[in-house]
Design a protein around this ligand. Structure first.
Ligand code: C5P
Length: 384
């Protein structure tokens, strides 16, 4: 099975099998799960060599203090450590353990030894640990790991020296201290774009509305709530070489934000019989960036167009009306399962040299793969 375009094979250690079953791992990866170094039933007794040769990268996650110690000493007494010792590929270690074990001089000594051996690391975060204590030792979040995997795998950094701005997530437009107007955007596509851009070496500023996603490590993230705050943060981040407006910006905001929670009975802005809210239009961030003077306008400006019908026609018109260079049209009709999910089905639209709209349909794929395809196109256009 392909995960974000990668074929994943898992080796499960004896300790790992106390936490997760081989069946779970094989269901998730769609591949056989390996655990035994010497199997009486399996003819492939050279699995450790084959597994280490066939992989482009080996990720050890979660890496315990024990496996770090065994790796640092070159011990090879099970399939995982034997495969690691037999590897000629990059190795990425993602430690997770109790704070005292993490801070123990023996563990830190082993980490330094491994770093000197060119082993890559994604350091743990601070937070609640599985043992019930709080401190550093919690495994890094998945997006950090994906970013590091991409940056280790893609040795070429074509966007090194280029600055990018990406908007992500929804905006929230307050009505009173407890209510707001917003939408279903999860921020997954925008955050994936930021990670893909950083993996290609770009210096990225991510301007994000409220999402459940953790700010990605190593990417300057400006957290905002309203469309006006998003616009200010974007203007503040200029100049940039490229900007991708992926946020689902609320088109309108309530004209007046009430200081106190609006009561059902004494509503001043809600007419009880009609229940109307007075709203005004929000600034269009994409259009505002497009209209900047040439010294401030991003050299390449990309918009997203979430459409439910006549997708090409509507998205193409949006490209012209907003004045961006490319638009990525995505189908958010009820049967498309785009909002909040990991997959996206998009069409790339641009104006050709004769001023005609041209489009290219991209296969339905994960939001990470869509991000990688778009960033590859951006790097091919910017890097001449
Ligand atoms: O007009 P519509 O909301 O469909 O346009 C979508 C595109 O415009 C997206 O790229 C979105 O990020 C951007 N947009 C914006 N500011 C707004 C509304 C949309 O930047 N107020």
């Amino acid at each position: 099975m392909s995960l974000n375009g990668a074929q994943v094979r898992c080796i499960l250690t004896r300790a790992g099998a106390q936490f997760i079953t081989p069946l779970t791992l094989s269901s998730l990866s769609g591949e056989k799960v390996y655990s035994e170094l010497f199997s009486h039933t399996d003819k492939n007794y050279m699995d450790h060599i084959r597994l280490s040769r066939e992989a482009d990268l080996i990720v050890v996650a979660p890496a315990s203090a024990d496996i770090l110690a065994r790796m640092a000493s070159g011990i090879a007494d099970d399939l995982a450590t034997t495969t690691l010792l037999a590897s000629n590929k990059p190795i990425l270690v993602v430690p997770a353990m109790n704070t005292l074990m993490w801070n123990n001089p023996a563990t830190q000594r082993n980490i330094n030894l491994l770093k000197n051996d060119s082993i890559h690391f994604v350091d743990p975060e601070e937070g609640n640990l599985a043992c019930g204590e709080i401190g550093s030792g919690r495994m890094a979040n998945i997006q950090e790991i994906v970013l590091k995997i991409n940056s280790v795998l893609y040795k070429e950094k074509p966007l090194n020296g280029f600055k990018g701005l990406i908007t992500s997530g929804p905006t929230q437009e307050p009505l009173d201290p407890v209510r707001f107007i917003s939408n279903h955007s999860s921020g997954k596509q925008g955050h994936a774009l930021a990670l893909a851009a950083a993996a290609l070496g770009a210096d990225v500023t991510l301007v994000s509305g409220p999402t459940s996603l953790i700010n990605p490590q190593g990417i300057e993230t400006i957290n905002i709530k309203t469309a006006e705050e998003m616009l200010n943060a974007c203007i503040h981040s200029l100049p940039v070489d490229f900007a991708i407006c992926c946020a689902a910006v609320s088109d309108w905001r309530p004209i007046k934000i009430q200081d106190q929670k609006i009561k059902k009975q004494s509503s001043k802005i809600l007419d009880k019989s009609k229940t109307t809210i007075e709203i005004t239009e929000n600034p269009d961030i994409l259009k505002s960036l497009a209209q900047l003077s040439p010294d401030k306008r991003p050299k390449l400006l990309v918009g997203f167009a979430a459409e439910t019908e006549n997708i090409l026609e509507h998205a193409g018109q949006k490209l012209i009306d907003k004045g961006c260079d490319w638009i990525i049209a995505n189908n958010v009709s009820l049967d498309s399962d785009t909002f909040g999910n990991d997959n996206n089905q998009v069409t790339f639209i641009e104006l050709n040299s004769s001023g005609e709209l041209e489009h290219e349909e991209w296969p339905k794929s994960s939001k990470n793969v869509v991000a990688q395809l778009l960033l590859k196109k951006i790097s091919q256009t910017l890097v001449i």
